[in-house]
Design a protein around this ligand. Structure first.
Ligand code: GCU
Length: 611
């Protein structure tokens, strides 16, 4: 099997380039290597342009004008367009979001939480351990699509990750230095109770000793890494420590940290993934999707200017289909980051195909140009030779970069560019691979969690069907299916969650006649004979979707085998496709049987439902 050096995904076309010590040097080396056939590329540095760039010229040569990182993004945009045979972007190109982050859930023992691409690329044995060349290649991978922040350690900060701020700080700084020429700044996840691990008796944010401890820590860390982007914090969430322990609000907790890092230009990214994970399933008054809005809306305006509240795109947790988090529409005075998950935790573990860009398109177009100022995504990278487990999962990282730069990007155009840069396929095959990946999200949704049904997955691992897997658990994740009905009423007659939306969404979701089919059971509790907009009953639609999704997965298998992909991508993709088809059949039969046993309704087409 080829090593990672040979598996450079879309960067194959640049593989001859030398590294550089600054973004400008990298830009020069990359373009010199790419345009080795005589065309020249001139660079004009204009500091105040920062990440922005403008490309001009053509026949004789190109000119790239831009800020310190802008020239690098310009160089990559130029190479991408030329390699894909596309028109070079005209006019000044500026990113919509200043922070375009990936959050890596890498633990220092080398494992990766929700990692589906092997072990950590940079941690092993509770310390940094990596090949510098691979880290530079990673920097290039990220920079080539405009990603500029990498949070290096898991949001669940296990020991000894706290030592990234002290004993291991010189190593953290060396790692940051490798990414710096690519304009990628490091971020660190921190533990709210960290002062207590190091001698203090409290982590209370209003305690002067705690404040001094963080100020001292920030000074030390920023002295070692002056361009550190900031700290990322998961507090009072899934058993992580936080300000609530001391009766303090999240604004008090976040602001205390924000003030410690403000002198250095640091940003405090505070995650809004906070809910009661010790819920009594019998208690129907608690509805998990309400949690973040209920907690944070009253705090709008209370956060310091360098705090960014990072909100998952949906109110649950990266399920196959969720509505947009109402917090992203509600908070107006707080800088927000929207968080996506490239790691396919609930979307097929980088075994099943799942191209995500249509989700981002939907999210960004619903969000409008509100107070969202940054974008984050949980990384799908690991030490596997192909970086992402499934070679096609790389398309998600690639497209994420393009969407974080320009949320109006087109999912299919982004995908096509990736396909062209990654594989030199004949035109028909390029169309076929593009179509397969474009359909993959809808297909996965049909054979797994149709109509907005969430959480019917195997508990903990989150792959494979288990319709009642989370039903009697403390996580607040229920479908409440019984013989009469399925789903949760989240209108004002039920949990009231739909009331968190502004109009017109509130009314749209509140009425089953107008609620989009793909969210119907997210917002409503309905009987199996409920008649859908297209005239089918709810139960028939559940059966149909699962049969159809499974058939489509099988057809994808056939389309895949007709592609002349290079080895080992061909073999890896084929092997994973077999697993995907097995998974799809399992989902179809388990889900259909589950609902058949409850409803007693026969399939109108007489297909096999096991009983
Ligand atoms: C999910 C995931 C966890 C993760 C958490 C988070 O619940 O299963 O592994 O820690 O999200 O986003 O913090």
């Amino acid at each position: 099997m080829a090593g990672w050096e040979e598996r450079r995904a879309w960067l194959r076309c640049m593989e001859k380039a030398a590294w550089g010590d600054t973004p400008l040097e990298v830009a020069k080396n990359e373009t010199a290597a790419y345009f080795s056939n005589g065309k020249t590329v001139e660079f004009q540095l204009e500091q105040e342009m920062q990440d922005s760039f403008e490309i001009s010229g053509g026949d004789q040569g190109w000119r790239v004008r831009g800020g310190e990182t802008g020239v690098l993004y310009g160089a990559y945009a130029l190479i991408r367009a030329c390699e894909a045979g596309e028109t070079v972007p005209a006019g000044v190109q500026a990113p919509s979001y200043a922070l375009r982050m990936i959050n890596c859930w890498d633990n220092m023992d080398g494992s990766v939480e929700r990692g589906y691409a092997g072990r950590s690329i940079w941690f092993e044995g509770n310390r940094f351990e990596y090949e510098p060349a691979r880290i530079r290649q990673l920097g290039r991978l990220l920079a080539s699509v405009g990603i500029n922040v990498l949070c290096v350690n898991n949001v669940n900060v296990h020991q000894p990750a706290q030592h990234l701020l002290d004993g291991l700080l010189p190593d953290t700084a060396r790692f940051a230095a490798l990414l710096r020429p690519f304009g990628v700044r490091l971020m660190l996840s921190i533990d709210f109770s960290q002062p207590m691990q190091q001698g203090l008796s409290t982590a209370d944010p209003l305690d002067a000793g705690v404040q001094a401890w963080w100020a001292e820590t920030a000074k030390r860390v920023w002295t070692a890494i002056p361009d550190l982007a900031g700290f990322l914090v998961k507090a009072d969430s899934e058993h992580r420590p936080g300000p609530n322990t001391y009766g303090r609000t999240h604004a008090e907790g976040a602001n205390m940290l924000a003030r410690a890092i403000a002198p250095y230009g640091g940003r405090l990214v505070w995650r809004a993934f906070v809910y009661n994970c010790m819920q009594d399933w019998r208690d129907k008054t608690i509805d998990r999707p309400r949690a973040a809005y209920d907690l944070y809306m009253p705090l709008d305006g209370a956060f310091d200017g360098n705090v960014i509240l990072q909100v998952k795109h949906g109110p649950y947790d990266f399920q196959v289909r969720e509505p947009l988090s109402p917090l992203l529409l509600g908070m107006e005075k707080t800088p927000l980051a929207v968080e996506f998950q490239l790691a396919q935790e609930y979307t097929g573990h980088q075994i099943d195909l799942y191209y995500m860009a249509s989700l981002w398109r939907e999210t960004f177009s619903q969000m409008g140009k509100g107070s969202v100022t940054a974008v984050a995504a949980v990384s799908n990278l690991g030490r596997d030779d192909c970086w992402t487990g499934h070679p096609f999962a790389m398309a998600n990282l690639f497209a994420y970069g393009l969407f974080a730069w320009d949320p109006d990007s087109d999912p299919e155009k982004a995908l096509r560019q990736w396909v062209k840069l990654t594989y030199a396929l004949p035109a028909g095959q390029e169309d076929s691979l593009t179509a397969m990946l474009m359909d993959s999200r809808a297909v996965y949704e049909r054979y797994t969690a149709t109509l907005g049904l969430c959480w019917m997955v195997q508990p903990n691992i989150h792959y494979g069907p288990s319709p009642y897997g989370y039903e009697f658990q403390a996580w607040g994740t229920y479908n409440r299916a019984d013989r009469n009905a399925v789903g949760i009423d989240r209108t004002k007659n039920g949990t009231g969650y739909a009331e968190q939306y502004p109009e017109p969404l509130r009314s749209l979701y509140a009425d089953p006649q107008t609620c989009p089919d793909n969210l119907l059971l997210f917002f409503h509790r309905l009987p199996y004979d409920f008649v859908m907009k297209d005239g089918r009953t709810l139960i028939q639609r559940i059966y149909d979707d699962h049969f159809q999704g499974c058939q489509e997965a099988e057809a994808m298998g056939e389309a895949l085998s007709a592609l002349s992909l290079p080895s080992p991508d061909r073999e890896e993709a084929a092997e994973r496709m077999q697993a995907q088809i097995r998974n799809a059949r399992e989902w179809r039969d388990v889900t259909n049987t589950f609902f058949h046993r409850f409803s007693g309704a026969e399939d109108r087409h007489g297909r096999t439902i096991y009983d």
